[in-house]
Design a protein around this ligand. Structure first.
Ligand code: ATP
Length: 370
């Protein structure tokens, strides 16, 4: 069993509240990803979990046992830091062996050697064992730091941005490796990132954190398609979701959304959303449309809007189109081979079923609430 639970945990550093009344529970053996912007409290959450930071209030439990006051070395939890924290004067082997040697008398040198070599093999860094960290590349240092965390077979792994500072190709390679690492599959892992693609790719569940507050803890699919609020919707998806403040109006018996900044265009809503908007009862809302839900292809989509092309960036597998309809800006993901020029008028298509609707005041997802 390896279940970590935070019960109403708050951490203040002077006037800064890094973690604010946080409660959550991992599932045994799951890969839980914490996603949030810089300063959201992600690292502080991990440090509280492993005992490097004491909470100002609240309790932490491991498998039901209160570990709030248990020192880090007595918790069965290992943490890898973003900046590697390798000892420069020790070889890679000694760096990796360190956590096993630190618990004096528990492992023989033979056992330590076997375990270090086994993990090094798994992470493809066996040939580096006799070198010093300075003789390893950034990606290799990241693997060494990960290896040092993994030698111990703890109940919980805490990984703080383990792929940060790596170039895009190595990131993708290592991300794939995370899927394959048996040791991580067996233990419960909490993984911090601010990269939503990593979160969606790796997480059994994702916890979205903002200003120390848990916004949503859910499966990647729920987070993407049913975000509880605008903040969560903005955290996942690149380019970010288009958000448009709109007046709610009625025209010829249909409910339409008219952008506050550009009254010459309107967005008709679907029948299922009509009821929800009526129950919501206010006269304004924030409309969210993901760039992937806007296209130049009319075959599946019902409604259209005339826009002028501002910038088109063909980025390999997709093209990012930035366009304007008067004062309204719309970003769409379209095929990269599209021939399109600045200033050209085009029709963009969308399906109102794909709309996200948020409360103008609380920013909560109207579709989930009403
Ligand atoms: P990043 O993605 O930039 O690493 P984060 O989400 O991990 O950010 P934290 O490092 O947990 O965020 O920091 C949360 C808040 O707490 C920030 O405002 C930070 O400045 C503050 N903070 C963190 N540690 C300390 C400390 N030791 N002393 C004072 N303030 C701190």
């Amino acid at each position: 069993m390896a279940v970590l639970r935070f019960e109403d945990v708050t951490k203040k550093f002077g006037k800064v509240t890094a973690v604010n009344h946080m409660s959550f529970e991992t599932k045994d053996g799951e890969f839980l990803v914490i996603l949030g912007p810089s300063g959201a409290g992600k690292t502080t959450t991990l440090k509280i979990a492993c005992g490097l930071v004491n909470p100002t209030e609240g309790k932490v439990y491991l498998d039901g046992e209160d570990i709030t006051k248990v020192p880090p070395y007595k918790r069965d939890i290992s943490m890898t830091f973003e900046n590697y924290s390798l000892y420069p004067h020790m070889t890679v082997f000694d760096n990796m062996a360190y956590p096993l040697r630190a618990v004096k008398g528990e492992f023989t040198e033979d056992e330590i050697k076997n375990r270090v070599v086994e993990i090094a093999r798994m992470l493809h860094i066996e040939e580096l064992l006799d070198r010093f960290p300075a003789e390893a590349s950034g990606g290799q240092k990241q693997r060494i730091a990960l290896g040092r965390t993994m030698v111990r077979k703890p109940k919980i792994y805490l990984l703080d941005e383990p792929l940060a500072h790596l170039d895009a190709k190595i990131r993708v390679e290592l991300r794939e490796e995370f899927h394959r690492l048996e040791a991580l599959k067996l233990a419960t892992t909490i993984y911090v990132t601010h990269d939503y693609t990593e979160a969606l790719s790796l997480g059994d569940r994702i916890m979205i954190l903002n200003e120390g507050v848990v916004q949503q803890l859910d499966t990647p699919e729920e987070i993407f398609y049913r975000p509880v609020n605008l903040e969560v919707a903005r955290q996942v998806g690149q380019p970010a979701i288009n958000t448009i403040e709109c007046d709610i109006k009625e025209k010829n018996g249909r409910l339409i959304l008219v952008p506050v900044d550009e009254a010459s265009v309107s967005f008709p809503v679907s029948n299922s959303d009509k009821e929800k908007i009526k129950n919501y009862g206010k006269s304004k809302l924030i409309l969210g449309i993901r760039p992937k839900d806007i296209s130049i292809d009319d075959s599946k989509n019902k409604e259209s809007i005339e826009v002028t092309v501002d910038v088109f960036q063909p980025l390999g597998s997709e093209g990012v189109l930035t366009s304007n309809a008067g004062d309204l800006q719309l970003i769409a993901l379209i095929p990269p081979e599209t021939k399109i020029d600045h200033g050209q008028s085009v029709k963009l298509y969308y399906n109102p079923e794909d709309f996200y609707l948020f409360d103008i005041d609380t920013k909560e997802n109207i579709k989930l609430k009403y």
